[in-house]
Design a protein around this ligand. Structure first.
Ligand SMILES: Cc1cc2nc3c(=O)[nH]c(=O)nc-3n(C[C@H](O)[C@H](O)[C@H](O)COP(=O)(O)OP(=O)(O)OC[C@H]3O[C@@H](n4cnc5c(N)ncnc54)[C@H](O)[C@@H]3O)c2cc1C
Length: 341
């Protein structure tokens, strides 16, 4: 019997969220969810502090690594080919490898059907690569994304325009289609992240205060952070997106295995990957998987927001030994000049 685990801090609210999702989300959407299942979940673990989410895929993965430290078995199911669909495929592959090393079963490209909730377990069929297999578990966490919940607050009556996906339509000044009504944050559309909403609020306040030179929100430059182990963080485009846009690009990569600081702290998993424009050196995307990735990404966020090239990032002296040296080496690698590999 296979396991799946998720230790829930707020069990009742999770159950409620799941019920709400069942009501609101079609099965096909549910199938897109990550489902984390708990097998032989020990009583004492039920109150261990863990975050859980019905948020986007990354949030579901956030704490997925933790149960492995106990004897709880975890199975992670994802219908898409990679477990971090919004991130660069290399990070997804690396995280899968890392989870598997920790004995977490990862089944991507997995279709779930025939879910039956019993008294003490949940059974389902999981189809991977055309092969169906039964799965019985004790606990399930469904993370099926989030949807705007703004149907009944008079938005339509006020004549406010919505986007095709049901969010409130705003312009760069956070104005809705109705004069004097503004929207920021999750209701105003993805990415549904706290720092996106926060920045929209700041920009809106500046417009409202009559500030002349307001720096608009750069929606292509909102960092993403996934608090799993190893952490994953990114900014800008993935390699697939760059390819789709038919941009001529180069990739630079540096593994933490080759970083002195990573080795001394024993956290050698992961890498920094930088995608640069082949001609001008613009940083098109940056992807970090490894310890403290969510902290390190900001060097590249500053670089992108200020349109620094890879050469300009490499001009900055990076202290030794630091994890940030991996960024230096990755940008150098994108120019064929890596020093430390
Ligand atoms: C489990 C989980 C984990 C997350 N982790 C991260 C993370 O690590 N990093 C990150 O950046 N983001 C994360 N997010 C997303 C982040 O929480 C949201 O993007 C952020 O809270 C959005 O802020 P907001 O002000 O737009 O909306 P909210 O924070 O949702 O605030 C909206 C407020 O409006 C109130 N409200 C709703 N309806 C009404 C009504 N009719 N009348 C009056 N008040 C009403 C609500 O009660 C709420 O207080 C996470 C979300 C979840 C669910």
């Amino acid at each position: 019997m296979r396991a799946l685990a998720r230790v829930l801090r707020h069990q009742p609210s999770i159950e409620r969220m799941k019920r709400e999702l069942d009501d609101r989300v079609a099965l096909t959407t549910l199938e897109r969810a990550i489902v984390a299942l708990a097998h032989r979940l020990r009583e004492r673990l039920d109150c261990r502090p863990q975050r859980c989410s019905t948020d986007r895929v990354q949030h579901a993965i956030d704490d997925e690594h933790r149960p492995h430290r106990t004897d709880v078995q975890v199975t992670l199911l994802e219908v898409l080919p990679g477990i971090l669909p919004l991130e660069d495929a290399d990070c997804s592959t690396e995280l899968t490898r890392s989870f598997k090393k920790r004995k977490i079963d990862v089944l991507s490209g997995a279709k779930i059907s025939d879910v039956k909730v019993g008294k003490s377990s949940v059974t389902m069929n999981v189809e991977v690569g055309g092969k169906k297999q039964p799965l019985e578990v004790e606990k399930v966490l469904v993370a099926a994304g989030r949807a705007p919940n703004i149907e009944d607050i008079g938005i339509k009556e006020a004549g406010i325009q919505m986007t095709e996906r049901g969010f409130i339509k705003i312009n760069e000044r956070m104005e809705t289609s109705v004069k004097g009504i503004y929207a920021i944050g999750d209701v105003a559309g993805p990415p549904m992240l706290a720092h996106k909403g926060m920045r929209e609020g700041v920009v809106f306040a500046e417009y409202l205060a009559g500030q002349k030179h307001v720096h608009p929100v750069n929606y292509g430059n909102i960092p993403s952070a996934t608090y799993c182990h190893p952490e994953v963080a990114s900014i800008g485009m993935t390699e697939v997106q760059v390819r789709e846009k038919k941009i001529d690009y180069k990739v630079g990569k540096f593994p933490f295995m080759a970083s002195g600081r990573a080795r001394t702290s024993g956290e050698t998993e992961g890498f920094v990957k930088v995608i640069r424009d082949a001609k001008y050196g613009e940083i098109l995307g940056a992807h970090i998987i490894g310890a403290h990735a969510t902290e390190m990404i900001h060097e590249l966020a500053v670089a992108r927001e200020n349109e620094f090239t890879v050469e300009e990032v490499a001009l900055a002296i990076h202290a030794h030994p630091t994890l940030s040296e991996a960024i230096d080496q990755a940008v150098l690698d994108s120019m064929g000049m890596v020093l430390d590999a």
